[in-house]
Design a binder for this molecule. Structure first.
Ligand code: NAD
Length: 361
């Protein structure tokens, strides 16, 4: 299979971690007989330095013409970098918002996995972390409260702020379909999270999710109120497979789930549109404090590349090989600085890439 991938190395540690992800993709391509066709584009600070804007129309066009986009991370030190003296629409992060919008990426996927070997980093009690967990949070990304009409008015001398939370059934259906599709590739359970005891938008959410569920008889659907879900994530995270939820609830719950894993350098993510196209990137930022030192953990980006193979190209076997290599390398005791613990062997970014590639071969 020929895979046309646009890469965005970005800023800070971005170029280092994307180089390792390419190394892993090339290793997979060699082993399983695929051809990787990469085109790099600039985004964020790198694009500001070259073109004066965080993302050019040409770069968007290149991304649009690919099958998927693999990104490192963008942005610099927000207190010292000259990029943050620019108006907000010209700062590095504006590039990210622009590409998400241009590519119509409405579904955000954030896996939260607790690896047995990293259980020590999990802030939960040992009897809970011992069970491990492996969940996928699917968050609607372009609707709801963050995109509704808003205004601040003064009424009879009292200031009043209004935000509106709107979802139509089509917006709910398309994300629900994605959620069930993803569940079919996993343990076939969807927990749909809402606040249906209070909100109309949640009642419509629940109704549409139930309609979509009828097309997926193999998937078990359960509903959970968002306040209960926030508690269950720390009480019994192992119960979750796919958590399907709207924009604001997903924003909060996905950060909570990430924190529970305790390892920022291990967290992948993806944003998908209604075709197979997706933008894949680590959940962490560009870590300017450690850029250029060959010490960044490339695993979140490598796991994002694995998600790309699974969800944009349906190459599940190849994605499994990457995920297994990550587990093996942890089992073999190799750690980058962010996940280092006593008795393990500390390695840099490039060496971590080499160790993973060896295990895939
Ligand atoms: P950050 O995630 O870049 O870093 C937080 C801490 O985690 C730092 O100490 C860093 O060294 C460490 N860290 C992060 N990733 C690591 C890795 N792979 N290996 C080892 N250590 C790692 O968050 P921040 O410092 O708040 O932000 C830095 C820049 O990144 C800012 O400009 C911010 O806007 C940007 N940012 C970009 C994205 C994105 O591109 N999607 C996301 C978040 C932040």
């Amino acid at each position: 299979m020929e895979l046309k991938i646009t890469c965005i190395p970005g800023d800070g540690i971005g170029p280092e971690i994307v180089a390792e992800a390419k190394k892993i993709l090339d290793t997979v391509a060699e082993k399983y007989g695929h051809t990787m066709n990469y085109t790099d584009i600039l985004m964020g600070g790198a694009s500001i330095d070259a073109y004066g804007v965080p993302l050019t129309d040409e770069a968007i066009e290149t991304a649009r013409n690919a099958d998927a986009v693999l990104m490192g991370s963008i942005g610099g030190n927000t207190s010292t970098s000259p990029w943050y003296k620019l108006p907000p629409n010209l700062r590095p992060e504006a590039g990210l918002l622009a590409i998400r919008k241009a590519l119509n990426l409405f579904a955000n996927l954030r896996p939260a996995v607790l690896y047995e070997e990293l259980a020590g980093a999990c802030p939960l009690k040992e009897e809970i972390s011992a069970a491990g967990f492996d969940m996928m949070i699917m968050r609607e990304l372009t609707g709801g409260l963050y995109f509704g009409e808003r205004r601040t008015v003064e009424e009879n001398g009292v200031m009043k702020a209004i935000d509106t939370l709107t979802y139509d059934e089509n917006e709910i259906r398309r994300i629900a379909v994605k959620g069930f599709d993803i569940a079919m590739k996993r343990r076939k359970k969807v927990t749909s999270v809402d606040k249906a005891n209070v909100l109309d938008s949640s009642r419509l959410w629940r109704k549409v999710v139930e309609e979509v569920a009828k097309d997926y008889p193999e998937v078990t659907l359960e509903h959970m109120l968002v306040d209960n879900c926030a508690m269950q994530l720390v009480r019994d995270p192992a119960q979750f497979d796919v958590i399907l939820t709207e924009n604001m609830f997903g924003d909060i719950l996905s950060d909570e789930a990430s924190m529970v894993t305790g390892s920022i350098g291990m967290l992948a993510s993806a944003s998908l549109n209604d075709s197979k196209f997706g933008l894949y990137e680590p959940s962490h930022g560009s870590a300017p404090d450690i850029a250029g030192q060959d010490i960044a953990n490339p695993i979140a980006t490598i796991l994002s590349a694995s998600m790309m193979l699974r969800y944009s190209f349906d190459l599940d076997k190849e994605a499994d090989a990457i995920d297994a290599a990550v587990r093996q390398v942890l089992k073999d005791g190799y750690r980058t600085v962010d996940i280092m613990s006593e008795g393990c062997t500390r390695v840099g970014c490039r060496q971590m890439g080499d160790l993973l590639a060896e295990r895939i071969r």
